[in-house]
Design a binder for this molecule. Sequence first.
Ligand SMILES: CSC[C@H]1O[C@H](OP(=O)(O)O)[C@H](O)[C@@H]1O
Length: 374
Amino acid sequence: MKGRCAMDRPVQSIDNVRLTDAEDAVVILDQSLLPGRTEYRVLSDAESLREAIFSLRVRGAPAIGICAGYGMYLLARRIKTESVPEFLAKLRACKDYLDAARPTAVNLSWATARMVRRAGENAGRPVPEIVRLLGEECRRIQAEDAEMCRAISEHGLTLLRDGDGVLTHCNAGPLATSRYGTALGPLLLGTERGMRFRVFADETRPLLQGARLTTYELSRAGVDVTLICDNMASIVMKNGWVNACFVGCDRVAANGDTANKIGTSGVAILARHYGIPFYVLGPTSTIDRSCKTGAEIEIELRDPEEIRSKFYREPMAPEGVRCYNPAFDVTDHSLITGIVTERGVCRPPYTESLAALFSGGDDHKEGSYEHPVL
Ligand SMILES: CSC[C@H]1O[C@H](OP(=O)(O)O)[C@H](O)[C@@H]1O
């Protein structure tokens, strides 16, 4: 589906995922086709929603959560029953079906759980009223993410100076969120304010989110960006061109161990070697306190063809050669200088500083955010 240009709006708020006006489908910008093709997909059933998440047509932990929230509302509207218990049971089945698309990014299951929780809290109301409340909740998920990303960008910007060199890995910009992004947010916000940065974007094999998406977002925003192969991160750090590394996150454990795109832990080890600060940026919705350490985070394994041939005219390896294709790895908390959330910059020890984010007792407080000094 050819749609309005994804960049009709300021780059900080790419139109990457939304509900149709008729509320009968979720429309996504198909990120698997960028930067060459700007095409939208209309997701009108559970199968297309799950396929779009699995195939990274919509990707990035927050964007996946936003899409899943809209998807749960869409599917809830299709549940034809007046029995609340039957409605709730079928809604939970929708959650299980969508959650199975990708296991690592917590925002997927966090968003579907939030929708099921919202329905359960209102089990005393008639089904149509519950559905209406779910329509409000899915929109709140996207609106809150926009707030969180803006706050993350403000906090992240305090860590940078005009003219800094920043290395990024994968893509954690507006395409992966609701606006601004997490790792890229401070760079976009700072550029809006007249600051200049020199960004080195890891291409991020095998799916090349850095090459295809990060350079697309940053160059459109007028940010100086240089694309490098993943194996060049060391030399640009050694050359003294990098003042900080900024990466996103898909699941942060209670002790600060962080799952992010495969290759992130290698960047962190290099940064430590060269004495360069390494920051993880993400919303509190990506912190999973039920995971005590990164050892408990399930790492998604993907199709070997993504390594062998997905992006190349000619096969890059003999047909059928065995490949190992983990989509994420876990960066040990000891390698992380700070974790930037919408509520401030958390410093080690993360078991304490992350817990302090939730001192109000809830796993994720909706609405405005206090900004404690952490
Ligand atoms: C703002 S979260 C972005 C996060 O998600 C990416 O994974 P994927 O492209 O597989 O969805 C990557 O880990 C980014 O850091």
